[in-house]
Design a protein around this ligand. Structure first.
Ligand SMILES: Cc1cc2nc3c(=O)[nH]c(=O)nc-3n(C[C@H](O)[C@H](O)[C@H](O)COP(=O)(O)OP(=O)(O)OC[C@H]3O[C@@H](n4cnc5c(N)ncnc54)[C@H](O)[C@@H]3O)c2cc1C
Length: 534
């Protein structure tokens, strides 16, 4: 056995979740070792990304590389879903306050290798063909990880202060420490292959994902580089079991014949790979993090690929996990359990609302695109949000935590159009509830909650305001001054003047804030009986 080496953090797994977390931890000065059992490039399914993922890629400096390497840009998604077989399209540009209006379609072999090499450039000691065989977490918090360097036929051990479990569906740490809760209503099978020369449509639509349903399930059609298209069916487990006797190739062809929209796109195209199969059963562990470890990506939870959210969730949780681990290791003054709970809640919330939307589309409720849009609206805390915008935001990966949107306004490099979009949302909402700035206003029903917020590489204490229906906004000094001034006598206009005179806001900010506070119910007209801020 090689001598024991010492690190701050051990990351198990070099998929998107592991590379994201490792890169950001290393950026924050941690000594990070990452063990990956495979030799890259290695095959992996999960090729369609979201526009929200582009922002995460920008954070670790790989977005430009994707652009230069010619990965296919995905501007939207086309569906044949619902009672009508009329196709309908949605475009990421119509999502709520997202900085990019496109995602990418990626061959995972090269994409994952790019992320892993990028982690190395950021100082991560990333070791391929190193399989983690065992781990232990001592009472004093030290973690020990045993690995096998498979190509060298050697074993080794490292110690560290924390483990990031990014081992994918294998869930090396979570499987041992926690209960894996299978979702019995989402237990499908995926069968797929690759084609050259499929018809991908015109213009910007050439990069779209296409998702038509058929009698046994639904198809994904994902355009990749070099004129290759990934075409796979997600089928009901029972239908798969009943048909697998005829052979995988034959069943795949039969499914194609049952779907005229896909068959039409394959006229003159050539199948260039065998048919592959994988089960895609959804699950979630009962806990994602504890003393000495945190799980990201599929090691924590996995959701049916209907919305192509796996890589996005892996990278988003990698980002959240890095801030969480940095905080636990460097800020002992913050209660550890609370910090871990922040991570757990944030990741679970993203997972839960996507799963709710997947259930809704599978259950056939309403069976029209409008019903899908309206359901998505209930997944956001943003009053007055147009249903279609809510649906697109959800499948674009818009993060529900409002500090995410705020961040863009606070950053100096926010493009003007984006600033306008975000401010426009606040103003747009206010028109929906009819704010009359000449009416006396008073504080509405809201409670102040102690919260944590992401601040650079760390989490910090932050207070938020929460309404009974669950809307949460950060309690800024300006909002605090506004609520204190809303005594039931001052009108909206007078409150705006008060904020400006006291120097906490510019006139534009004060106006937007009053509108926002009214639309969220933090301020109500003095005629309504308020409970007051407690
Ligand atoms: C049929 C199907 C279709 C999908 N389609 C999409 C899609 O279109 N878009 C999308 O975003 N997602 C899709 N997904 C989901 C996506 O594949 C995953 O959610 C995503 O890859 C999760 O990333 P991760 O980093 O958590 O894990 P992974 O990408 O699985 O990476 C885990 C890594 O850990 C390594 N590892 C495992 N055990 C060990 C060990 N003991 N020691 C060292 N290394 C280890 C593995 O070799 C692997 O490289 C799909 C999934 C399925 C099943």
């Amino acid at each position: 056995m090689s001598p024991v080496e010492e690190f701050d953090v051990v990351v198990i797994g070099g998929g998107p979740g592991g590379s994201m977390a490792a890169t950001l931890l290393s950026d924050a000065g941690k000594r990070v070792v990452l063990f990956e059992s495979a030799k890259f490039p290695r095959y992996h399914i999960g090729e369609s990304l979201l526009s929200g993922t582009a922002d995460l890629m920008k954070r670790i400096g790989v977005l430009e590389t994707l652009e230069n390497d010619g990965y296919i840009k995905k501007y939207g998604v086309e569906w044949v879903w619902g009672e009508q077989r009329e196709p309908w399209k949605v475009y990421f540009k119509d999502a709520l306050a997202m900085p990019y209006d496109y995602g990418y379609q990626v061959e995972r072999s090269s994409f994952d290798e790019l992320l892993l090499n990028n982690a190395r450039e950021h100082g991560v000691d990333a070791r391929e063909e190193h399989r983690v065989a065992d781990f232990a977490i001592a009472d004093d918090g030290t973690v020990t990880v045993d690995y096998e360097a498979t190509a060298e036929g050697r074993r080794g051990r490292v110690t560290a202060r924390w483990i990031v479990d990014a081992s994918g569906q294998g869930g090396l740490v979570t499987k041992r420490l926690h209960e894996q809760q299978w979702d019995t209503s989402l237990q499908n099978m995926a069968i797929w292959s690759y084609w050259r020369g499929a018809d991908r449509g015109e213009g910007l639509d050439r990069g779209n994902t296409f998702l038509p349903t058929f009698s046994d399930g639904w198809w994904w059609f994902i355009p990749l580089r070099d004129d290759i298209t990934s075409i796979g069916a997600v089928v009901d487990r029972q239908a798969f079991n009943e048909n697998k006797g005829i052979g995988l190739e034959a069943y795949y062809k039969e499914c194609l014949e049952k779907t005229p929209e896909i068959a039409a796109r394959l006229e003159g195209a050539e199948q260039v790979d065998t048919v592959r199969v994988q089960r895609d059963w959804s699950y979630i562990y009962d806990k994602f993090a504890g003393d000495g470890y945190i799980a990201v990506g599929d090691a924590a939870c996995f959701i049916d690929p209907l919305f192509s959210t796996g890589v996005h969730l892996a990278m988003l949780s990698g980002f959240l996990a890095a801030a969480t681990v940095n905080t636990v290791l460097d800020k002992p003054e913050l209660d550890r359990a609370r910090v871990l709970e922040f991570y757990e809640n944030a990741y679970r919330k993203e997972f839960a609302r996507l799963r709710a939307q997947v259930y809704f589309l599978y259950s056939g409720h309403g069976s029209s695109k409008d019903s899908y849009f309206w359901h998505a609206r209930s997944q956001f805390d943003v009053p007055g949000l147009a249903p279609e915008k809510a649906f697109i935001s959800l499948i674009a990966g818009a993060f529900t935590h409002r500090s995410w949107y705020r961040r863009y306004l606070e950053r100096l490099d926010v493009p003007e159009e984006l600033r306008g979009t975000i401010e426009g949302i606040f103003e747009g909402k206010s028109t929906g509830v009819g704010v009359d700035v000449e009416t006396p206003l008073t504080a509405g029903s809201a409670v102040i909650v102690d919260d944590l917020a992401i601040d650079g590489a760390y989490l910090r204490e932050a207070r938020s305001l929460s309404t009974p229906d669950g809307a949460v906004v950060p309690l800024s000094p300006a909002l605090e001054a506004l609520l204190a001034g809303a005594d039931g006598h001052r009108t909206g206009t007078q409150l705006i003047d008060l904020l400006v005179e006291s120097g906490v806001s510019t006139p534009d900010q004060a106006q937007a804030l009053v509108h926002e506070a009214v639309s969220y119910g933090f301020l109500t007209t003095a005629r309504e009986a308020p409970d007051g801020v407690r």
